[in-house]
Structure formats: structure tokens, C-alpha cells
Design a protein around this ligand. Sequence first.
Ligand SMILES: *Cc1c(COP(=O)(O)O)cnc(C)c1O
Length: 388
Amino acid sequence: MSALMQTYARLPVTFSHGEGVYLYDTEGRRYLDGISGIAVNGLGHAHPAVTTAIREQADKLIHSSNLYRIAAQEELGSALARVAEMDNCFFGNSGAEANEAAIKLARLYGHTRGIKKPAIVVLEGAFHGRTLATLSATGNRKIQAGFEPLVSGFVRAPRNDIEALRQIAAKNPDVVAFLAEPIQGESGVQMLDPQYLQAAREICSREDWLFMLDEVQTGNGRTGTYFAYQGLDLIPDVVTTAKGLGNGVPIGACLARGAAAQVFGAGHHGSTFGGNPLACAAGLAVVRTIAQDGLCANATAMGQLIADTLRAECAGVKNVTAIRGKGLMLGIELRKDCGELVQRAMDAGLLINVAGGNTVRLLPPLVISETEARDLAGGVADLIRNFD
Ligand SMILES: *Cc1c(COP(=O)(O)O)cnc(C)c1O
């Protein structure tokens, strides 16, 4: 079919363009986008602020090099640090790279404290990326199988089990950091209890571990605050983000505060493309638009509307075991695997995704309107009722 490596089981559709929450395929069919390219197009498709920013930047300069100062990178770094309540920032090109930076930072932090084999606590069900270190941190055997030997230095813990974390602290003097997603996206929108995260934060402070959050998916307004931790009354030492940050232009960021912000010095980490003027112009447009247009508040309101509509319309549907999530990151867990719903949704003009085998995952653009939110929730509820 093509000269591409078969790393994806692709659906038989090609999109030619998009506008707002809609995508159009090459046959001219319109789809309501309930997935946003996996939490990437938070501002929807062809948002004029992003288009203008990258057009104007491309007219001037696309790439120079991190050998030199980059104005757009400094500006985005400051804007992100301010909104995140962090001190500084390193830019890469993806979520996996943002997490690689966090993992390297944690290891170096350990070495400077005399720990020769620093270890990072990671959770069951976690997803941190597909590079060797991040797939080793990921808690999904399917993603690791065939790629052994894995990178060492990760200690796995069950999620929401604070006692397990206490035991690791008591037994393992090599631990230097804790890394988790506030809501696990890829394993099916699995929520971490706020009390668990707060208790984990306390353990990290007590043990001198870095408390690191992977907000690659939950960040950039997705859950109703710019970062999910801002809705949890806690602050991490390190936070990573990517997906929604460039609205489709590849960019990832690793932010740090306090002692963590002082770990990297010249030569410790780098990236040819990371933080280039084009990607940072897109990122700046995203950060500013989220603030100016009140998109965090819209994510909260529309997420509530979609969840309420789904709960009302799926009441009594035996197949539905849970509806969970926060803001515009929602999961509808079914009693059986439901991968076939993706094609059925496409036939109905809806783009959805299934995560963890049995959970319909919704990640619509943050710009979604009330009418569009009702259409999405109603359409998904119809699919689920007919799947019983
Ligand atoms: C998508 C994702 C990643 C990986 O991001 P890439 O840009 O695909 O490398 C890492 N962590 C989380 C939580 C993600 O959702």
C-alpha cells in the first residue's frame, strides 16, 4: 500500500483540511473531531492565531540553532514558566523527549547527591513514550515486548497505593524521583486520586525525591486548568508537556523549579531542533490564546456538559461500567472491548478513540461550543447504546 513501515494499523481515511472542531476527508465528508489528533489540536484546526504566528515566523526565520539565543524560545520559556509556576524550561520536539529530559535531570540530581544508581518510581498503567528510556518507564508490557534489554533504574508501583510508595521509600535508598501522569491517558483515562498525589508529593519532599508529573496529555488546558496539578493544590518539582503545546507543530517542554531547576548546566542536554523559532511561535500563540479566550474555563464547562449528557443518556445501559475524567479528557469504560466503535463512529461522522481496550476516550478541542459538545455527547451515547 505504501513504503511506510507498518507501525500503525491506520484507518482508511485521509483528511484534507479542517476548521475548528471539524475535519474534512478527501471525499468531502465532514467529521466532528472528538480526539484532536490525540490531545494535540486544543485550539481546533486551522486556528487563525496559530496560522498567523507560524506564517509570520516562517517569513522571518524557521531555524537558527541553540548555539545562539532564540527570542521566541526565551519568550515561550518565560510564558510557560509563569503559567506553570516553574523557574525554567528545556525544549525538545515531543512528549517522549520532554520525559527523556526529566529522566536525565532526575539521574543527574541523584548523582550530584552521591547516588550511583539512581532510580525513578513509575506507576502501573503509565505511558511515558516510545524511546528506550520512556518505554522502560511505561507500565505496559505490550509496548516493551521485543525491545529488551530495557533501560534499568525504574521501580514500578501500583497506582493510588500510598503504602506501596512508603515501602519503596523505606527499602530503596537509590530512589531519586517519582514520575506519574495526573490522569493516565493511554491506559484508559485512569484517574489518580488527588489524596494519593498529595501524599506522594509529601513523601518526595521528605525523602528528597523529585516529584515529577508527565502532563504531556493533561497539560495545556486539557483538564480545565493550564496544568492538571493546578486543580490539585500541589506543585511538582518537574513537569513535562508536549501534545497541545504547539497545536500540531512538534514541541515538547520540561519545566523545573527550585533545586531541580539548577541541575542542568551547559553540555548536559541538547537538541538540534528543540525550541526552534517556528515551534516556539506556535507555542506562544497557544499559551496566549488559551489565556485570552478563557479556554481552561471552557474545557471545564464543556467537559461537564459532555459528561452530564453521557451519564443521562447512558443511564441504565448495562454495558457502561464507568464514566470518568476531568475537563475535556473523558473516558467511558464498557464491559467489553470496543475497538470496533471507532469505525462505527466514523461512519456516523464522529472521530473518537479507544484506550485500554474497553474505554472510549474523548479529547475534543478546547474551543468546542455548547452545540458541538451536545452533538458529540449525543452521537457517542447513540453508539454506546447500540453496542449493548
Ligand atoms: C503521548 C504521550 C507521551 C509521548 O508523547 P510523544 O509526543 O508521542 O513522544 C508521553 N506521555 C504521555 C502522558 C502521553 O500522553
